[in-house]
Design a protein around this ligand. Structure first.
Ligand code: HPA
Length: 269
């Protein structure tokens, strides 16, 4: 808690307004920051106790500014379990945003599709998740100041936000899918048998982030909305390889659609 307070204190000293919405940008989705009227950028490396981003395609900056008439704080680059961070480190920034007072958290990610009807470039609103392959970030002594020991997870992604986003997408004439995000640790992409298992277990998309962040936001009582860009297909017949470059390429290609939805969703909050 002391480490969290130190980070929050530093940020409050460097940016006076209170952000209403927190936004996390996934792999290849960093250009979204261009939509923000930036007031202050703070490097992760300058924030006390903040982990450092190591993955290509991630910016490593906290960006404060205005989007659609609201004060937002955006993480250009997140932290992944596969980078070697503990789950506490992965979620540290989310807790900081929570303590800064955000009222809504928007998450984005690149994911592999395992729903046979999905295509590369599709957007999927996450309506639930399966996180059995990752370490729950709340394991350990509960931080009572943040939330209860046994948090409810019956609505991990706020229904009201999902409905709003569907309306927004409708108005923008952007097709969106909806489904369950299955979280894996990575960093390997899945084997054919694993993609099949994920599909059988109820996943529609699979990725290496988001779930731990969603859990701590729920712990703190912050409503979450999350969206995946489908960058590859797990259940393909051929044996084409999946590369990080390809994931970044297709995430970037679909980014304008995701950006338009996030922007209008923030306006509608
Ligand atoms: N699996 C896991 N994570 C991913 C994938 C995938 O196929 N695509 C993008 N992130």
């Amino acid at each position: 808690m002391k480490q969290l307070h130190e980070a929050v204190k530093y940020l409050k000293k460097n940016y006076k307004d209170q952000p209403e919405v927190g936004i996390v940008l996934g792999s290849g989705l960093g250009n979204f920051t261009e939509e923000i009227e930036i007031e202050k950028e703070i490097n992760y490396s300058d924030i006390p106790n903040f982990p450092l981003s190591t993955v290509e395609g991630h910016k490593g900056k906290l960006i404060f500014g205005n989007l659609s008439g609201k004060k937002v704080v955006c993480m250009g680059g997140r932290f992944h379990y596969y980078e070697g961070y503990s789950s506490e480190e992965v979620v540290f920034p989310i807790r900081v945003l929570g303590l800064l007072g955000i009222k809504t958290l928007l998450l984005s990610n690149a994911a592999g599709g395992v729903n046979p009807s999905f295509k590369v470039g599709d957007l999927m609103i996450i309506n639930d998740h399966i996180g059995i392959d990752i370490r729950n970030p709340l394991i350990g002594k509960n931080i009572e100041e943040l939330g209860p020991r046994f948090p409810d997870m019956s609505e991990p992604y706020k229904k009201e936000l999902i409905e709003k986003a569907k309306n927004v997408a409708d108005n923008l004439q952007i097709d969106v899918r909806e489904g369950v995000y299955f979280c894996v640790t990575g960093p390997t992409y899945e084997t054919p048998a694993e993609y099949k298992m994920i599909h059988i277990m109820g996943g529609d998309a699979v990725g290496m982030s988001t779930v731990q962040e969603c859990i701590v936001a729920n712990h703190m009582g912050i409503p979450v909305f999350a969206m995946s860009v489908i960058t590859d297909l797990g259940l393909r017949e051929d044996h084409t390889k999946i590369t990080h470059e390809e994931v970044l390429h297709f995430a970037k290609a679909a980014e304008p659609k995701l950006a338009a939805i996030f922007k209008e969703l923030v306006a509608a909050l």
